[in-house]
Design a protein around this ligand. Structure first.
Ligand SMILES: *Cc1c(COP(=O)(O)O)cnc(C)c1O
Length: 410
């Protein structure tokens, strides 16, 4: 196959199978009451996946509302400073609402509308997925309720106000640790009770089948564009792709179209926190084990008794105890290499990128930039690296200032 032909990923990568499994991972570990809702969603999605009218509507909104295609930008000054391979950024930070999450939220809300649902619910941790879902619902005239732990609401007041401004009800969850996993439980409970009117818009490539597949498909626009853009720009495929991995949606979004290209190396970067010691990081592949969380089999940070472990990251979007099942499959098969960057390395990359390129990356994306900064100097100058700039850092400026300017009051 010539490099200039479209990628044959979909033929070479038949996952998930009919049971929603990626090798040994994924599946549907949910109570019987949820099966009906998941079956209905799977059927509805199968109906739109190759539907020309649905896909045309989605493409139109991606172009005129989200601002796609996002640019593939050659980071000239960073490349010169690091003195190795050429660095390109895929600029998801320039998408409407400032990150890749809108790709999935818009696709799922359009699907909800097609299914005749008038209401959408979502879970949110830091608030980014909540804002993306609230935005898509405002655009499409859907009612929207977002579940959020009260602890997270306190930490992310600005995003709570954003969602309310967009016409969404933010429902505080006061149980458990009052954070993301409690919000997910409440959203699932709501979905079971109101499935006739309501779609559950899950925010990453996790959860029971078919969510990881649906989210991957909607995010894979990132890699389809990047593959075409780099071929236009350089006349060849990249050597290495780098993306940060929280649940894993921006990473799979970039990687998916390149899976059939054997010469393209892929690296996922998890949150290394302060050190790889239980409770101080969120690097599931470095410190986790196979287990079940959020309805899917994957890698999970847990103790010897299978209790979900505490996590830490400077970046809220990477701070989660489990990772999408398709990543677990790529980890086991070796197709993707997983590594981690520490809080400090991410904060250094955050500043480096701001100073050299005039781009303030999200702290999540800064983990990917940090890994690029580690490996690029050792790569030949004729090699090409694409880093997924999953989001912009405006939301993180105050958090970063606490570390960078500890004595100043913001
Ligand atoms: C939410 C978020 C992430 C992490 O989620 P993935 O599903 O792993 O992509 C990464 N970057 C940004 C900017 C985010 O908002």
């Amino acid at each position: 196959m010539s490099e200039f032909e479209p990628s044959s990923t979909t033929q070479k990568h038949p996952w998930p199978d009919a049971q929603g499994r990626y090798g040994a991972f994924g599946g549907r570990y949910v109570p019987e009451t949820l099966m009906h809702a998941l079956d209905e969603l799977e059927r509805a999605y199968a109906g739109v996946r190759d539907d020309a009218e649905f896909q045309a509507t989605l493409r139109d909104l991606q172009q005129h509302y989200v601002g796609r295609p996002t640019p593939l930008y050659f980071a000239q000054r960073m490349t010169a400073q690091l003195g190795g391979a050429k660095i390109y950024f895929k600029r998801e930070d320039l998408a409407h609402t400032g990150a890749h999450k809108i790709n999935n939220a818009l696709g799922q809300c359009l699907l909800a509308k097609r299914m005749g649902k008038r209401r959408v619910i979502a879970e949110t941790g830091a608030g980014q997925h909540g804002v993306a879902t609230a935005t898509a619902c405002a655009l499409l005239g859907l009612e929207c309720d977002v579940y959020m732990g009260t602890e997270d609401m306190e930490r992310q007041k600005l995003n709570v106000f954003r969602m309310r401004l967009l016409g969404t009800r933010v429902i505080g969850v006061d149980s458990g640790s009052k954070t993301l996993k409690d919000a997910i439980n409440e959203a699932l409970r709501d979905w079971v009770a109101n499935v006739q009117s309501t779609h559950y818009c899950l925010g990453t490539v996790h959860g029971p089948h078919p969510f990881p597949m649906i989210c991957r498909d909607f995010q894979s626009v990132i890699g389809r564009e990047a593959r075409r853009q780099i071929l236009e720009r350089e006349g060849r495929l990249p050597d290495t792709l780098i993306a940060c991995v929280g649940g894993g949606s921006n990473a799979i979004g970039l990687f998916y179209e390149f899976l059939g290209d054997a010469g393209v190396r892929m690296i996922g970067v998890e949150a290394g926190g302060t050190q790889i010691v239980p409770g101080m990081h969120a690097a599931r592949f470095a410190g986790g084990a196979i287990g079940m969380l959020q309805g899917a089999m994957s890698y999970v940070l847990q103790d010897e008794n299978g209790q979900i472990g505490a996590t830490h990251s400077v970046s809220a979007g990477l701070d989660y105890a489990s990772v999408g099942p398709e990543h677990a499959y790529f980890f086991q098969s070796g197709r993707v290499t997983y590594t981690h960057a520490s809080d400090q390395e991410a904060l250094d990359a955050f500043q480096l990128c701001a100073r050299l390129e005039g781009i303030i990356p999200a702290l999540e994306s800064s983990h990917a930039v940090a890994h690029a900064a580690k490996i690029v100097p050792g790569m030949p100058k004729d090699q090409i690296v694409i880093v997924n700039m999953s989001g912009r850092g405006d939301k993180d400026v105050q958090q970063a200032a606490k570390f960078i300017l500890p004595d100043e009051e913001l």
